[in-house]
Design a protein. Structure first.
Length: 272
């Protein structure tokens, strides 16, 4: 509970209520239209759940309903309708005043077991130090993107093209880490999982992105690592909406989590 977080989540006298003051450091968007990054909403709910239930999150799914903008304060109310010997079922409603911003449903817990296996294998790709750093398309500003370092191992992200790009398969490989040296934990992985919309432009070959409708993350085993390889695959686009998935690997190949998401596809004007 003493580990530093990417965001300033604060406790209240009520162990089931938390609050998050919003600053540009946890927001994205143009400088005159900032809003809380969806991954921060998901991640703050995960921390509130874990600290309220004193158990690790197994899976969590967020439904994004509205935008929260600085300098507002997001209140997080935790509900635990079922708590057993090894796992709990819980949810968080995050809201600004009476306006609901997102709802997160989750299961938490751990069972005694010595079995630990994975069948997904990390793709063979260049190390982060051998990949080009990406500049986000917004450019500049002291927002969330200024606090996260991204290097492109495959595909095109933020105008940065990997030197060894593959076929047109809707796949983007990004190495991501905190510029502040924050430890990789369940909350930081949840923030990284919300980078799926950044792969839409690469998949379509257009200056495009998207707004998240939801996000689901499933945790396997979190291990110490500086960089996380985010293997993103856009599975399809139709009717103005897109769907994608992500596998999150530690540098040693350990599968830490998987994520999936649906989003509104937005094609932007050329930014020059």
């Amino acid at each position: 509970m003493s580990e530093p977080l990417f965001f300033d989540l604060r406790a209240t006298h009520n162990p089931h209520r938390w609050y998050l003051p919003l600053t540009p450091a946890v927001c994205v968007g143009s400088r005159d239209n900032l809003f809380m990054f969806g991954g921060v909403g998901m991640a703050s709910a995960i921390v509130a759940l874990e600290r309220t239930c004193a158990r690790p999150v197994i899976w969590a799914t967020a439904q994004y309903l509205s935008y929260a903008r600085p300098p507002s304060v997001v209140d997080l109310d935790v509900w635990v309708p079922a708590a057993g010997k090894y796992n709990s079922q819980a949810r968080v409603i995050s809201h600004v005043g009476d306006k609901e911003i997102l709802t997160v449903n989750a299961a938490l817990g751990a069972r005694p077991s010595e079995i630990s296996k994975q069948w997904l294998v990390m793709p063979d790709t260049a190390r982060p130090e051998d990949c080009e750093p990406a500049a986000h398309w917004r450019g500049g500003g002291e927002d969330l993107h200024s606090r996260i370092e991204v290097r492109v191992a495959k595909g095109n992200y933020g105008g940065t093209q990997a030197s060894a790009d593959g076929a047109d398969d809707g796949r983007l490989l990004l190495w991501i880490r905190s510029r502040e040296g924050l430890p990789v934990d369940s909350s930081l992985l949840a923030i990284m999982a919300d980078f799926i919309p950044g792969a839409i432009g690469n998949a379509l070959g257009l200056n495009a992105g998207g707004n998240s409708l939801d996000n689901t993350i499933r945790y396997r085993r979190i291990v110490p690592t500086e960089w996380v390889l985010c293997d993103i695959r856009i599975t399809g686009v139709h009717g103005g909406f897109g769907h994608g998935a992500m596998h999150l690997f530690a540098e040693d190949g350990e599968l830490m989590a998987t994520a999936s998401q649906s989003l509104i596809v937005r094609v932007r004007e050329d930014l020059g």
